[in-house]
Design a protein around this ligand. Structure first.
Ligand code: NAI
Length: 314
């Protein structure tokens, strides 16, 4: 029988994790404090698996029906956790709630299980310090929608055991995610630190009247984005010269003088500027059309994920 993974919290992210683990052949138990949510989540998972199968973007080598059969719902936490080798917590982002949930998990943990949190911002030191089994706790932060964006940031607390990091990374690779391991907990982890640096410069260029909001987004989606879907910034430096050393020799002075003209962080994303940008989006993406636009985005991300898997023969 295949190994079992437990999901605690069956909202948007919990459902995606369940589908990802089932696509890798794991048995998945899901639990939610809201008992009706458990059946809603199972129905939504079934619907998504069938839709992705029809669209040709279902992950794994089994059918949607076979994957759905691996997923079961539970209204009792201990029952959900029984026999699980890995737990993925997916409750809302609140330090009090995560602390409470991890204290509930604590007496149910064994010395070899991994208890991972999907937390976007909170590191283990913020919610696991009072636990007996805090060495088994780690953050495994996905990116929305995790079914199509494979990055997972693995973030240890000061006391996280080494085998928890290696087991989490191995598991993520096994189910087709793309894990990175931070060597220590830092605010924003890696993705948001990079994302905020990008948003800061976009915000400043917009406020300084250098580019319209539409053109700022074009710089990313038609300039840097296509390249970064396949190679990262360090490899870009390496390929854009005869190696990264040559790149630095050729371009470091120029880059430094541009960087000196940048405003220092931190900046506040102020509401008057946000209102101006939102007014510019009014005809293309009015606020009441955001759900349709999210669906449009996810369809394209699904197509890109499928293309990347085919190219990499995964
Ligand atoms: P959500 O609000 O869609 O789902 C949370 C679920 O947790 C709900 O079904 C709720 O009933 C359940 N819940 C609440 N208290 C509980 C408890 N004590 N025990 C068990 N279940 C409980 O939230 P979402 O978006 O799925 O986020 C979950 C986590 O994933 C958060 O930490 C969030 O920051 C993180 N995350 C979210 C992303 C996103 O784009 N939504 C992306 C990456 C990470």
């Amino acid at each position: 029988m295949s190994e079992k993974v437990a999901i605690v919290g069956s909202g948007l992210i919990g459902q995606f994790w369940a589908m990802i683990f089932a696509s890798g052949g794991f048995r998945v138990s899901i639990y939610d404090i809201d008992t009706e949510q458990v059946s809603r989540a199972l129905a939504l998972i079934q619907e998504k698996l069938e839709r992705y199968e029809k669209q040709g973007c279902l992950r794994g080598s089994t059918t949607a029906t076979q994957q759905a059969q691996l997923i079961s719902g539970h209204t009792d936490l201990a029952e959900c956790l029984t026999g699980a080798v890995y737990i993925q917590e997916c409750v809302p982002e609140s330090v009090d709630l995560k602390t409470k949930v991890f204290l509930q998990l604590d007496p149910l943990l064994s010395d070899d299980v991994v208890a991972a949190s999907s937390s976007s911002c909170l590191g283990p030191s913020q919610f696991a310090s009072a636990m007996k089994h805090r060495d088994r706790v780690v953050v495994a932060h996905p990116v929305n929608p995790p079914y199509f964006i494979p990055l997972v940031e693995i973030v240890p607390g000061p006391w996280t055991a080494d085998d928890v990091l290696t087991k989490t990374r191995t598991l993520m690779e096994k189910v087709g995610q793309s894990p990175v391991t931070l060597k220590k907990e830092v605010p924003g982890f890696a993705l948001n630190r990079i994302q905020y640096a990008i948003i800061n410069e976009c915000w400043n260029m917009y406020k300084d009247g250098i580019l319209s909001s539409e053109d700022i987004d074009k710089v990313m989606k038609d300039g840097m984005g296509p390249r970064y879907a396949f190679i990262g910034p360090l490899e870009t430096m390496h390929l854009n010269a005869d190696g990264i050393v040559d790149y630095c020799k050729r371009y470091a002075d120029g880059a430094y003088s541009v960087c000196q003209t940048m405003k220092p962080p931190p900046i506040q994303y102020d509401v008057p500027t946000a209102e101006k940008v939102q007014a510019e989006f009014a005809s293309s993406i009015p606020v009441d059309k955001i759900p349709e636009r999210r669906q449009w985005r996810d369809d394209r991300l699904a197509a890109l994920a499928t293309l990347k898997r085919q190219r990499d023969n995964k």
